[in-house]
Write a protein that binds this ligand. Structure first.
Ligand code: PXP
Length: 251
């Protein structure tokens, strides 16, 4: 049987709503606490260069007040490195960042950017922070992550989530092949971006994945039915897909 699949809940967009008013409500740390109670395995937060959602103080409070492992998403910049070293989160996921993008569009170019990334991977790793690289599901990127010495890759599931009805299976196959390749190379493999109740099951069924990071859909869904219920439903869809896939492999 494949190992259980962890769920990292990304709370960025609780901060997006808070910042729309410039007051303290809704508080992303309260959301992180609720996520822990609802069965999340970790909390993910992206401190963007422009601080459009999560703030420096949020990272400080998450580090001090939340017991779940914190996965800090960060660009490979000197400023973010200093913040990561100050708070020492459980994990740091290095993501590409463009100021004008709405969300993280596309994976990191670990192959082309290896010379720049090496110092970040090394320094974070030496500080005991588990480094992950957010990459597209392409062999060249996985090989680059391995050469850089990153222990984890997170596959960008955006192309799968945004695919037209005729192409989603091709995108799913790319994810499946990349996850198998990553695990075969000894990399721990995670995935995330654009996952929802409708599209999570085929991804959760990929046996080589160890963690999914999900944010926007869960926070949006929380408006209608509450965060607790959104997380529990996502968890149950993931667990069901995992159990069914494991059952059909052993049958
Ligand atoms: N993983 C990474 C590395 C991300 O940057 C994000 C947010 O863009 C997510 C997962 C979660 O994506 P979403 O908010 O679409 O669920």
């Amino acid at each position: 049987m494949s190992e259980t699949l962890r769920l990292g809940v990304n709370i960025d967009h609780v901060a997006t709503i808070r910042n729309a008013r410039g007051i303290a409500h809704p508080d992303p740390i309260r959301a992180a606490r609720m996520a822990a109670e609802a069965g999340a395995d970790g909390i993910t937060a992206h401190l963007r260069e422009d601080r459009r959602h999560i703030s420096d103080q949020d990272i400080e409070r998450l580090s001090e007040q939340i017991d779940l492992p914190l996965n800090l998403e960060m660009a490979a910049t000197q400023e973010m490195l200093a913040i990561a070293l100050r708070h020492r989160p459980h994990a740091a996921c290095i993501v590409p960042e463009k100021r004008r993008e709405i969300t993280t569009e596309g994976g990191l170019d670990a192959h082309g950017g290896a010379n720049h990334l090496r110092r970040y991977v090394d320094t974070l790793g030496q500080a005991g922070i588990r480094v992950s690289l957010f990459v597209d599901p392409e062999p060249i990127q996985l090989e680059a992550a391995l050469r850089l010495g990153a222990p984890v890759v997170e596959l960008h599931t955006g192309c799968y989530a945004d695919a037209e009805p005729g192409t989603w299976k091709v995108e799913l196959e790319r994810l499946r092949a990349a996850a198998a390749l990553a695990e075969g190379m000894g990399l721990e493999c995670h995935a995330g971006h654009g996952l929802s109740y409708d599209n999570v099951s085929p991804v959760a069924a990929i046996p080589n994945l160890r963690e999914l990071n999900i944010g926007h859909f869960l926070i949006g869904e929380a408006i209608f039915g509450g965060l607790d219920s959104a997380i529990k439903r996502m968890r149950s869809l993931m667990d069901k897909a995992r159990a069914e896939a494991s059952g059909s492999r052993s049958a």
